[in-house]
Design a protein around this ligand. Structure first.
Ligand code: ADP
Length: 459
């Protein structure tokens, strides 16, 4: 329906796997104006009106009518506010997300059959536990348990205290739950009010304990109810044996030939040499992902090792990084290419074609790309941070499948590029690695069970 990064992958997979385990999980999200909206049929479920201060707005709940996703998808349409092309990035985002949460709560109150538990994700929905527990008019929802998952603690949903006027009456003694350093902080409020708090990997939870963009004191206070649960990947959508976006499907037995065929298609299209090791980056072009280090590292490597490898970058984000990465394609014709945009199909083709996937992240709460890379037999090259450290072991260690480094720096990346070309030259090891990577199971079943256990603890 809509995707910016990993949160969408989780929101699309977790309810599906929960339903497969026999639970009744549904997803509620804003109705963004995306192509999915036009290519699917919808039923109108409910219409209502909520007030933000003196201003009232109408909302409509629609449900995807076929349940093709494996769970019920409900979208909240608030005309002019939520039905926009982008998921976020607007000046009135705090207002939009608050409106979404108030409408969701208003609708829940009309349900004959209330949910046992509401699982909210990131700051965009993190006020919901407070709204259910402490707002007088939401008495009916008081007993519903809540879990908050933090996908990235950097984005906290700060709001001007003036926004307090948009929240219906609550017990004044509880106002401190909404505030952090004199402002409304939706994420902090969620951490205080949810019955359980999770992050998307155990290592990221440990990191937040020590440094959480101003919230580590709070995380430490609430640590007994916190847990890191590693994301899974949707092994049906991300399956090289059946993936309809690939030029050639392959499995564990045919991985080496299959990847080479995909690489040949890709290299032909993007003017690269299919005999060289192909190193790719896929992701948001932001400092957190270490994307700012790539132009320097790639140029330096190609200058000092002419013709030793080719590179492809797929991503968009910060303007300065986009420009530097785009410029490299003029400088290193035949050895480097890039697509500065979001392209789901190309991302699948890259996971299938590449020999290596570089992730020099400074911050990576879980990271899905390294798991997709493993599933497609592509060696992940990762900086040991957050969930990357939980999921990739260095080839030099027992059971290792990746190339790991400790600092998000140009010199560590260069050292790792060097290791990559030596590994690529060692064909028997490469073939063994490809098969080993593809036998790793990072699918949702295990993580999904961990979430269910957590729900049961508080139910
Ligand atoms: P984050 O949520 O921080 O962006 P994750 O690793 O958790 O990072 O998830 C990133 C997801 O977004 C992956 O599915 C990745 O393939 C996808 N992705 C990121 N940028 C692009 C892009 N430019 N084109 C296609 N897919 C992308």
């Amino acid at each position: 329906m809509a995707k910016v990064g990993g949160l969408a992958d989780v929101a699309g997979a977790l309810p599906k796997y929960q339903c497969q385990l026999g639970h009744d999980a549904s997803l509620v999200m804003p109705m963004h104006r995306t192509p999915f909206l036009d290519t699917h049929d919808w039923d109108v479920i409910h219409k209502g009106k909520v007030f933000m201060g003196a201003h009232g707005f109408d909302y409509t709940i629609i449900r995807e009518s076929t349940s093709v996703l494996g769970f019920s998808l409900f979208c909240i349409d608030i005309h002019g506010l939520l039905d926009r092309d982008k998921v976020y990035g607007y000046d009135d985002d705090p207002y939009r997300f608050l409106a979404f949460q108030l409408a969701a709560i208003d609708w829940f109150k009309t349900l004959d059959h209330l949910p046992d538990l509401i699982h909210v994700h990131d700051h965009h929905s993190a006020l919901i536990p407070f709204l259910m527990k402490h707002v007088y008019e939401n008495e009916k929802l008081r007993e519903i348990k809540s879990v908050l998952t933090i996908h990235n603690a950097q984005y906290q949903g700060w709001m001007d205290p003036g926004f307090l006027h948009f929240i219906p009456h609550w017990d004044d003694w509880k106002t401190g739950l909404l505030l952090w350093e004199g402002q409304i902080n939706a994420l902090a409020c969620g951490i205080k009010c949810a019955d359980r708090v999770t992050t998307v990997s155990p290592n990221y939870m440990r990191e937040l304990h020590d440094q959480a963009h101003g919230l580590s004191v709070l995380i430490r206070e609430e640590f007994v109810k916190c847990k890191g649960i590693l994301n899974g990947i949707d092994a049906v959508v991300w399956n090289p044996a059946t993936d309809p976006m690939l030029n050639k499907n392959y499995d564990q037995l045919s991985v080496t030939e299959g990847k080479q065929k995909n690489k040949e298609f890709l290299c032909k299209e993007w003017n690269l040499d299919p005999t060289l090791p192909l190193i790719v980056f896929i992701g948001r072009l932001v400092d957190d992902k270490g994307a700012d280090l790539l132009p320097g590292a790639i140029s330096h490597f190609l200058e000092t090792h002419p013709g030793a490898a080719s590179f492809f970058i797929l991503g968009n984000g910060q303007f300065n990084i986009e420009k530097s990465l785009e410029q490299l394609s003029h400088q290193w014709v035949g050895y480097y290419n890039s697509q500065i945009r979001y392209n789901e199909t190309l991302s699948h083709q890259l996971y299938a074609s590449a020999d290596f996937l570089i992730m020099p992240s400074r911050v990576e709460p879980c990271g899905l790309n390294q798991m997709y890379a493993l599933r497609y037999g592509t060696v992940p090259m990762i900086c040991r941070t957050g969930g990357l450290a939980d999921t990739v072991i260095d080839v030099g260690d027992q059971g290792g499948v990746g190339l790991c480094f400790d600092r998000p720096s140009v010199s560590d990346i260069l050292h790792t590029f060097n290791r990559a070309i030596h590994l690529f030259a060692d064909k028997p090891t490469m073939i063994r690695l490809q098969k080993n990577m593809m036998s790793i199971n990072h699918s949702w079943e295990a993580s999904c069970k961990e979430y269910i256990d957590l729900y049961l603890q508080i139910h």
